[in-house]
Design a protein around this ligand. Structure first.
Ligand code: ADP
Ligand code: MG
Length: 347
């Protein structure tokens, strides 16, 4: 289990290496995870009961909710699984599906039930479970909420092999984009129209206004019991152009670093100007899918270059200055035996 040394700031520092921005959400999640495991170890010592605080991540698609959970799971030495609420809602056999998720958690713990009972389950796209009038799915979102509620509250669940797993100490993190929640919030929040000139005041106001209330989630379509099980809410910001630029180049496993390695393996140095990342970010912002479209646009840019490079061992460096200019392919000058006037071509 998580040790005492893995303090919230240690968790945040680790997340910072892979997840750009989202500072507030990182802190909220780090504190929640830390407190969760402190509570459990205290309760184990005192034989006491604990009230579990599951976490809800709210933010547009492609802002890093799943990435944050994945990264978190790599740091924590606890079993971790993620599941999609939409796929739970597409089956008639919700309980079987939920069992299967818990079975995966046990598998992640190498069959150790005790260990699995301290794991983390991430359920994405929880907002798709909202109660709707026109029900086309096999199971209504609302009944999936009830099924999830049961395991989030803590209950013994029978697995296929007859073993029981108790979900009392499992931490549930739910995520969703909650499109339309802003409209609901703007109706119900009254911190409104103090005209401020200072940016700081505006920031405070923005933060108060951003605080999601359980009643907002209820109006959105989550049942009250369900929202009651998600007392901790972390908001993910929409990614700015600057953040998108960083996502492509800063993290240890960023796409730029990956391509630098790919080219290095071909004996070629890759250099891409900042302007290119800005242009890609501008396009990605228009696509409105957060950071999700970055890779596609980037790969489209690289494909013709990667097509050419392997056949041309004289290319030693590739420079790209703009998305709208051809990449510069720098070649070693091969001086022919009968030296004449040699035209050095860049491409
Ligand atoms: N804040 C971020 N920092 C770094 N990469 C990000 C961030 N947000 C999104 N990405 C990139 O976009 C991809 C999709 O993000 P994801 O976490 O699945 O979004 P969400 O779950 O919020 O819809 C990730 O795999 C990652 O490459
Ligand atoms: Mg996701």
């Amino acid at each position: 289990m998580l040790t005492k040394e893995t303090t919230p700031s240690v968790i945040v520092n680790f997340l910072d290496q892979y997840v750009i921005g989202q500072d507030e959400a990182k802190k909220v999640v780090a504190v929640a995870v830390y407190s969760h495991y402190r509570k459990i170890s205290n309760a184990l010592q005192n034989d006491g009961n604990i009230a579990k605080s599951n976490v809800l991540l709210i933010g547009s698609s492609g802002t890093g909710k799943t990435l944050l959970c994945d990264t978190l799971s790599r740091l924590l030495d606890v079993p971790f699984v993620s599941a999609d609420a939409t796929s739970l809602a597409q089956t008639k056999y919700v309980n079987e599906e939920i069992e299967a998720v818990l079975q995966r958690l046990v598998d992640k713990a190498d069959g150790d039930i005790e260990k699995a009972q301290l794991g983390i389950v991430f359920i994405d796209e929880i907002d798709k479970l909202k109660a709707s009038k026109t029900e086309t799915r096999a199971t209504s979102g609302e009944s999936v909420q009830h099924a999830l509620l049961k395991i989030m509250e803590g209950s013994p669940v029978k697995l296929q092999n007859g073993q029981y797993i108790n979900t009392t100490n499992i931490l549930f993190i739910c995520g969703g984009a909650f499109v339309g929640l802003e409209n609901i919030m703007s109706k119900t929040h009254g911190f409104g129209f103090i005209s401020t000139s200072g940016g700081d005041n505006q920031n405070i106001l923005d933060r108060l206004n951003k605080r999601v209330k359980p009643t907002d989630l209820f109006e959105f379509g989550l049942i009250p019991e369900f929202t009651g099980r998600l007392p901790i809410i972390a908001n993910f910001q929409n990614l700015s152009k600057d953040m998108l630029v960083k996502i492509m180049s800063v993290p240890k496993n960023s796409i730029y670093r990956q391509y630098i390695e790919i080219f290095k393996a071909e004996g070629v140095e890759l250099s891409i100007g900042k302007r290119v990342f800005e242009q890609i970010s501008e396009i990605a912002i228009e696509y409105k899918t957060g950071a999700r479209s970055l890779r596609g646009i980037f790969e489209e840019l690289m494909t013709p270059v990667l097509y050419t490079v392997p056949d041309n061992p004289d290319i030693y460096r590739v420079e790209i200055a703009s998305l709208f200019e051809d990449p510069q392919l720098l070649r070693r000058t091969v001086i022919p035996a009968k030296a004449g006037i040699q035209k050095i071509e860049d491409r």
